[in-house]
Design a protein around this ligand. Structure first.
Ligand code: ADP
Ligand code: MG
Length: 471
């Protein structure tokens, strides 16, 4: 029974409409959908109005255009009822523009609603749905919930664009929950991070499992300005509301990691992805520039668009130095185009919560001013100091005595974390070779300290020569 008396062609009683929708969307309702069905769509009939509503992950311009196309398959005269950012409504004008059979204000409405990072679609209709309208509902639901096989996997699309995605495995998340329950930072990290780490609190969140020695100040900055705001945005928002009466503007939008090569900028970005559980889209800017020569700008734009399919995402632009001007003559035309796309996209991303852009560079001073100004926080990664070098040596040669580590630290001034790691790995290889040459005793001792000292000396000398070459 309907509450309006004009019956329209093909009109369905609500229970029948519901049965049809349920049958059509059975695979979604029963949770058999691998694509991940967050919530069962709600079909209701209340106060003379039929309402079909469901949340979606994103509403892109392309999707609304596709949706309009689908609606047109079943409903002929559609008008734009509202066209505002985050609120787009299409409405049916009735079967004929000149017939008065339907009050144009009562036609079915398709609403695409985005409020900050939450998106939903609502379809409302005074009275009952017609068969055509019902079909349009199902089609739109399908459009936003592609079936397995036709599902668009952003990680795969990104891979085609030369970009990989780091995502914390479910196992790790469970593990993390346990760790949090038992009291945050593991006790061992204190002993591992003796390079000035006395209290546990400031660097809580960085544990031994990350394998990142020293850098107390850098870690603290990363924790305060990146990890905690991403993990607990509501706390930061609340504080801002109390202090300034604003809801937004406290969460980081774009953070720049600056420091010489090999000091852990890339590693830190991965740690952030692990710690926050937010997927990190890793964009090696230099590769994008060389791989897609001529189409780099377009592809970079695509990368941002695809990444936007994630509800929360960290976009890591590694080695943005490749976008820096050369000392003599500014930028190439292609590079300039890439830069302008990048600026535009970072700005666009800015408007959405749950998205963080991290850039890494070792030539901050040469970066384009407009690009630099997009970053609201700059975090420095200096070369490691002596006690940090000892800590890094300890990471890669845990059998060495403290006295030896200190001596290695003194002899490795100017070496980055990566250089120290290289030294240690080289020492292992050379030692293994010695063992094999001597008959291959598997129970032989680990490489002695002198071995490391010698190789450190060679490496430091190489570094000096390199520096001299530069001048
Ligand atoms: N403080 C550190 N502790 C342990 N390993 C480090 C440290 N700094 C750098 N490394 C190691 O050096 C390597 C290079 O680091 P990376 O993050 O690529 O540096 P960057 O991106 O700054 O060039 C990594 O394998 C990392 O494990
Ligand atoms: Mg790097």
């Amino acid at each position: 029974m309907t509450e309006i008396d004009q019956t329209r062609k093909g009109e369905l009683e609500f229970p029948r409409a519901r049965a049809q929708i349920e049958a059509e969307l059975e695979s979604f309702m029963s949770g058999g959908q691998a694509g991940g069905m967050a919530e069962v769509p709600a079909l209701s009939f209340e106060k003379g109005e039929t309402r079909f509503a469901f949340p979606v992950n994103t509403i892109s311009k392309e999707q609304t255009f596709d949706a309009l196309n689908l609606i047109k398959d079943n409903i002929e005269n559609i008008r734009v009822h509202t066209f505002e950012p985050g609120y787009l409504v299409f409405q049916d004008l009735g079967p004929s523009l000149y017939s008065n059979r339907q009050n144009p204000m009562e036609g079915i409405k398709f609403k695409f609603v985005s409020i900050s990072s939450s998106h939903r679609i609502e379809i409302v209709r005074k009275g009952n749905l017609t068969q055509d309208e019902l079909q349009a509902c199902i089609n739109i639901f399908r459009l936003f919930h592609p079936r397995e096989g036709e599902a668009v996997d952003p990680a795969r699309q990104l891979a085609e664009l030369g970009v990989s995605v780091y995502q914390r495995a479910q196992d790790d998340q469970d593990h993390d929950q346990d760790a949090a329950g038992s009291g945050a930072d593991d006790g061992q990290s204190g002993s591992q991070e003796q390079a000035g780490d006395s209290g546990a609190a400031p660097t809580a969140g960085f544990t031994r499992k990350h394998g990142f020695a020293g850098y107390k100040k850098t870690k603290q900055e990363v924790l305060e300005s990146v990890i905690l705001p991403l993990k607990h945005p509501e706390v930061f928002t609340n504080v801002a509301r109390m202090t300034r009466g604003v809801e937004t503007g406290v969460l980081p939008r774009a953070v720049l990691f600056e420091g010489p090569p090999g000091v852990g900028k890339t590693s830190m970005a991965r740690i952030i992805a692990v710690e926050t559980g937010i997927p990190m889209v890793y964009v090696p800017v230099e590769n994008i520039l060389s791989k897609f020569y001529g189409e780099s700008a377009q592809n970079l734009g695509r990368i941002f668009d695809v990444a936007a399919a994630y509800e929360k995402v960290i976009l890591f632009l590694d080695e943005i130095d490749s976008l820096a001007g050369s000392r003599e003559g500014g930028l190439f035309e292609a590079t300039r185009r890439v830069l302008s796309v990048l600026l535009r996209k970072i700005d666009g991303f800015d408007t959405r919560d749950g998205i963080l852009t991290i850039g890494a560079t070792n030539r901050t001073q040469d970066l384009d001013g407009a690009l630099l100004s997009r970053f609201d926080t700059i975090i420095r990664f200096p070369l490691p100091n002596a006690s940090e070098r000892a800590g890094i040596f300890r990471r890669y040669a845990r059998h060495l005595e403290t006295g030896d580590l200190e001596q290695l630290a003194r002899g490795s001034e100017g070496l980055s974390g990566r250089a120290i790691q290289d030294v240690c790995e080289y020492a292992e290889r050379r030692w293994a070779r010695t063992i094999i040459a001597g008959g291959g005793d598997l129970n032989a001792s680990p490489p002695p300290a002198e071995h490391y000292l010698e190789i450190t000396g060679e490496k430091s000398k190489k570094l000096e020569n390199l520096e001299n070459d530069d001048f």
